[in-house]
Design a protein around this ligand. Sequence first.
Ligand code: C5P
Length: 220
Amino acid sequence: ATPVIVAIDGPAGTGKSSTSKAVAAQLGLSYLDTGAQYRAITWWMVTNGIDIDDPAAIAAAAGKPEIVSGTDPQGPTITVDGVDVAGPIRTQEVSSKVSAVSAVPEVRARITELQRSIAASAANGIVVEGRDIGTTVLPDAHLKIFLTASPEARAARRSGELKGADVHSTREALIKRDAADSSRKTSPLAKADDAVEVDTTELTLAQVIECVVTLVEEKR
Ligand code: C5P
């Protein structure tokens, strides 16, 4: 079989990561979390004292950190200059700054190139999740999925993950991040014209996984 490329996009809290990992594991495909890459470059900017409110400073530094993603869906990894950042990239500080960093065109160009080379070298195919995978990074993907869910469902899922974080402030932070991601000039969060939209509000994770697996199998 030719390597199948699956793009899964959508806002935060729609179940993208859980779905993408499970689908990849079930079908023997690689897995790439592109949000983790944007979080990793943001972590590096914060750690190195780059002013997040200065796009020119971010652009000038965009080429410096070396970001490496491990694509095993059973245990994806992410390092920056050899440092494991899987934990540090999930802090609220990084979450609140990642939209500003990922809006900078030089950052997107750098990370997009990395994503394309990872996808091209995945011998068995890959599931790539993010915001602009179907529209910009891999416009020729065999299958494009756009996951959505109500703001309430997304905030409830995310605050569950954050172990007790309050749902109201999680909801506000998610809405703010989605608005920033959807309104930026360079490859905003958007549904590709040829993407299949799946509203996960009323679905269990198992149902979403089954739905996507069926769609992938139809393409193979
Ligand atoms: O998926 P996750 O919520 O970890 O993504 C973190 C952030 O990374 C998003 O809010 C967005 O600003 C950025 N991102 C992006 N393009 C992608 C994936 C993530 O701009 N393909």
